[in-house]
Design a protein around this ligand. Structure first.
Ligand code: IMP
Ligand code: MG
Length: 191
């Protein structure tokens, strides 16, 4: 069930639910178990890509039963409101030195993969022991960059997703489930 305390339930831009809140919760639990098994004894560093992945990171890290650390990066990808260009600027860099560390990049969604591809190149240049990606959502149909996401929550169809951290114009991040944005109801200049 989607228990929504955000007062957004009648917002006309929210179309169908893509992932129910309960499904998010149980999948995050499974991913936490998987990471706990795979990273036992490795003291991994979870690198959260701001801002959308904050919600996922916070829930995920509470399901990881081995010692781990968190750090944050913010990037901006040039493009319009729904398409990224792959030209990425680092707005906030990590505090941690990742040389020799086992890094897990925690992403909200991998769409074209262009942002992540740039990010992975940047991180690998710092000589970590390993780098893997844990993404809550992926849209395989939109992929332009050849990247491997080792841990994936859900594959979703080619829709613009909002909720559980994902925004449209900085709104809807607080929705407890993932929904599709009704792009047919957007003003013409955004559609
Ligand atoms: P990419 O470079 O096309 O993979 O997209 C990078 C970023 O764009 C993601 O990390 C998200 O922050 C944002 N993004 C991509 N698709 C969506 C979506 O469906 N909803 C909300 N944000 C998205
Ligand atoms: Mg993101």
């Amino acid at each position: 069930m989607n228990v929504d305390q955000t007062g957004l339930e009648h917002d006309p831009l929210i179309a169908e639910t893509l992932v129910e809140a309960d499904a998010v919760r149980s999948r995050v639990e499974e991913l936490g178990e998987e990471l706990s098994r795979d990273y036992a004894g490795l003291d991994p560093l979870l690198v959260c890509v701001l801002k959308g992945a904050v919600f996922f990171l916070a829930d995920l890290v509470r399901r990881i039963t081995v010692p781990c650390e968190i750090d944050f990066m913010a990037v901006s990808s040039y493009g319009n409101s729904t398409d990224s260009s792959g030209v990425v600027r680092i707005l906030k860099d990590l505090e941690a030195n990742i040389e020799g560390r086992h890094v897990i990049v925690v992403e909200d969604i991998v769409d074209s993969g262009l942002t992540l591809s740039y990010l992975l190149r940047t991180l690998r240049a710092r000589r970590p022991a390993s780098v893997e990606v844990c993404a809550l959502l992926t849209k395989p149909a939109r992929r332009k960059a050849d990247i491997v996401c080792r841990y994936v929550g859900f594959e979703i169809p080619n829709r613009f997703a909002i909720g559980y951290g994902l925004d449209y114009g900085e709104r809807y991040r607080g929705l407890p489930y993932v929904a599709a944005l009704d792009e047919s109801k957007l003003p013409d200049e955004f559609a």
